[in-house]
Design a protein around this ligand. Structure first.
Ligand SMILES: [Zn+2]
Length: 384
C-alpha cells in the first residue's frame, strides 16, 4: 500500500494528457521521461514515422541477465460526446472509484509501475526491469512492433512480459488472435436486362461469404478446441458488405469485410490461405477468359496474433508464485501476442481494473484495484 497515494497522483497526471489513439502522445511521453530522469533512468524513444507519437522503453538495472517487461499502452480510445458525469481528462474520485478516460485501460497500470520506480531503484536487483510503453495500441497494436524489434538489441531476451491490461489483477494466460480482411469482388457491369452477358460481383461475394460461413461451421464442429475460452474455438464472421449502384445495373464491384478470431493453437494463416484458394476457384477459367477484369482482391486490414503462455517457463512461475489468482483466457486482444510472436518473449496479462469498464463513458478503475496492483509490484520487486 506504500505507493498507493503516489500511484493516484501519477494517474491524475497521465489522465490529464489527451492521448487519444492516432493523436500525439509526446507530451505524456516527455512527462514520463522527465520523471524517470529524476531517478537517473534513461529512456529510449521509438517514434512513429511522422514523429508525432512515440514508444518509450526504459530499463532499470543492467542488461546482465534476462529481465521482466512491464508493458502498457499510452493511448486511449476517443471520448464519447456526452454522458460523462465528470471531465474525462480529470481524474475524479467517487465512491471508491477513480473516473477518467484511460483510468482503467490502461493508465492505471502505467501509474502504478511509475510510482514504484524509487523502489525498483533502491532494491538494486540484478534482474532488469524494462518499461515498454507503446502508442496506438487501440487502433490495432500499431506502435508496439517497432519497440519489440528494438528489444532484439538486448543481450538477454526477457523472460516475461507482463501486459497490464485490465484483468482484475488475475493472471490471464491467453487470448485469441484477430485478422480483419477486406475482400473486393470485381465483375462486369451493364444494363440489368442483359444480366447473362455480365459478371455479377454481388453474387460472387455471396458465394465467397458462404465459403466463410461454411468454414466457420466446420471449425465449430471439428475444432480445434480450447475449453479456457467462452467460445472454445476459432470463429469467422462477415460483418460489412457493400455492392451495386442501382437496381437496373449488374454490379461490377462488391466489397465485404470479415474477421477470423483464432485460438492461439489454431493457425489462422492456414485457414485463410485455404479459403483464399476456394474463393479464387469461384472464377472459372471460362469466366476469366471472357472477362479479364473479373476477379478479387484480398487485403489484410489489420491483425494481431493470439497469445498463449507456456506455463513451464521461468517467468510464468515467478508471477504465479506472487499472484496465484489465475483467470480464464479472454476474448480481447493485447500486445502480448506480438511480444510472444515477434519478440519470442513469453507474455501474460495482469493489470488493475475490469475490462467491462474500458472503452465506455464514465470509465473508472476501483481504488482497491490500484492498491492491489501496487501490492503486486511490491511482491515482484522482492522476487526479482
Ligand atoms: Zn488497453
Amino acid at each position: 500500500m506504500a505507493r498507493y497515494e503516489s500511484s493516484v497522483e501519477i494517474l491524475k497526471k497521465l489522465v490529464a494528457f489527451d492521448t487519444t489513439a492516432t493523436q500525439s502522445n509526446l507530451e505524456l511521453i516527455a512527462y514520463i521521461q522527465e520523471y524517470l530522469e529524476r531517478y537517473d533512468i534513461k529512456s529510449r524513444l521509438i517514434y512513429s514515422e511522422d514523429k508525432t507519437r512515440a514508444n518509450l522503453w526504459a530499463t532499470i538495472g543492467s542488461d546482465s541477465c534476462s529481465g521482466i517487461i512491464l508493458s502498457g499502452h499510452t493511448d486511449v480510445v476517443p471520448v464519447e460526446k456526452d454522458g460523462w458525469h465528470s471531465s474525462p481528462w480529470q481524474l475524479t474520485e467517487r465512491d471508491g472509484k477513480l473516473y477518467g478516460r484511460g483510468s482503467c485501460d490502461m493508465k492505471g497500470f502505467l501509474a502504478v509501475c511509475l510510482a514504484h520506480v524509487p523502489d525498483f531503484v533502491a532494491a538494486k536487483k540484478q534482474t532488469p526491469v524494462h518499461f515498454c510503453f507503446s502508442y496506438d495500441e487501440e487502433v490495432g497494436c500499431v506502435g508496439v512492433h517497432s519497440m519489440v524489434k528494438e528489444l532484439d538489441s538486448l543481450q538477454y531476451t526477457p523472460k516475461l512480459a507482463i501486459i497490464g491490461e485490465p484483468s482484475m489483477m488475475q493472471l490471464i494466460r491467453g487470448h485469441k488472435g484477430k485478422f480483419l480482411i477486406k475482400c473486393t469482388m470485381r465483375g462486369k457491369s451493364g444494363h440489368s436486362s442483359y444480366a447473362p452477358h455480365h459478371v455479377n460481383a454481388v453474387e460472387y461475394a455471396a458465394r465467397a461469404i458462404t465459403i466463410i460461413a461454411d468454414q466457420a461451421k466446420k471449425i465449430a464442429r471439428e475444432g480445434p478446441f480450447n475449453s479456457l475460452y467462452t467460445v472454445p474455438h476459432s470463429t469467422l464472421l462477415t460483418s460489412l458488405v457493400a455492392g451495386g449502384v442501382a437496381t437496373n445495373i449488374t454490379p461490377d464491384r462488391c466489397v465485404f469485410r470479415f474477421e477470423i478470431r483464432n485460438i492461439p493453437e489454431h493457425s489462422s494463416k492456414d485457414v485463410l490461405a485455404d479459403m483464399k484458394c476456394r474463393i479464387a476457384e469461384l472464377f472459372s477459367p471460362e469466366i476469366k477468359a471472357q472477362f479479364p477484369e473479373a476477379g478479387f482482391d484480398w487485403e489484410m486490414e489489420f491483425s494481431y496474433p493470439g497469445m498463449a503462455i507456456d506455463e513451464t517457463t521461468e517467468g510464468y512461475h515467478l508471477v504465479k508464485g506472487i499472484n496465484p489468482r489465475v483467470g480464464d483466457c479472454v476474448s480481447y486482444g493485447t500486445e502480448g501476442g506480438i511480444f510472444q510472436e515477434e519478440g519470442k518473449i513469453p507474455a501474460i496479462i495482469c493489470g488493475p481494473g475490469n475490462i467491462e469498464q474500458a472503452h465506455k463513458r464514465n470509465e473508472f478503475v476501483a481504488k482497491e484495484q490500484i492498491a492491489q496492483c501496487s501490492e503486486f509490484i511490491e511482491k515482484l520487486i522482492k522476487v526479482l
